[in-house]
Design a protein. Structure first.
Length: 167
């Protein structure tokens, strides 16, 4: 597995990986209408381009060298809050789950904290998403619950989770 820093030219690839992973990850959790709305808002070319222009926001593509294929991506932001990196996005295409790519990406992120003054990683996960168990297996703990109005009559009903780096 290799993590490759994404640039503007990879935006279409990020959008494709997001669509392929979301259609599996959120099936039966949120409506198709909400999936389409969120993909349109969160993964528009303009939105991703804005992230890439932020020096604290990073996208990395998860590349499987053995199969010569992109399996997903991770998007995170150092300094989201004082001492905190926010894991905004980590998604794998369905066939790649359970193969260690997610764990490898989180280990990569934990190492990347050394490039910042952050000692804490936070993330939001839908209360119905099976990924919560994965995050718990990687040392994350729930610290809050959040219902967030995202517009267009849709909400996100999430757990907020954190991982604290102990020096």
């Amino acid at each position: 597995m290799e993590l490759i820093k994404a640039t503007e030219k990879e935006i279409p690839l990020i959008q494709d990986l997001a669509r392929r992973s979301w259609e599996s990850a959120y099936l039966g959790i949120i409506s198709n209408e909400q999936i389409e709305y969120m993909l349109g808002e969160m993964y528009s070319t303009k939105e991703i381009s804005t992230h890439l222009q932020n020096p604290n926001y990073h996208y990395y593509l998860i590349f499987d060298e053995y199969n010569d294929s992109f399996e997903g991506f991770i998007g995170y932001e150092h300094g989201y809050e004082k001492g905190t990196t926010k894991l905004h996005r980590i998604y794998l295409v369905p066939k790649s789950k359970g193969k260690g790519f997610g764990k490898g990406a989180l280990d990569f992120l934990k190492k990347k904290l050394s490039e910042s003054n952050d000692r804490r990683i936070i993330l939001n996960v839908n209360k119905e998403n099976k990924a919560k168990k994965f995050y718990e297996s990687q040392g994350f703990k729930v610290y809050n619950e959040l219902v967030l109005d995202i517009g267009n009559g849709f909400v996100m009903d999430d757990y907020q989770m954190e991982y604290i780096i102990h020096l």
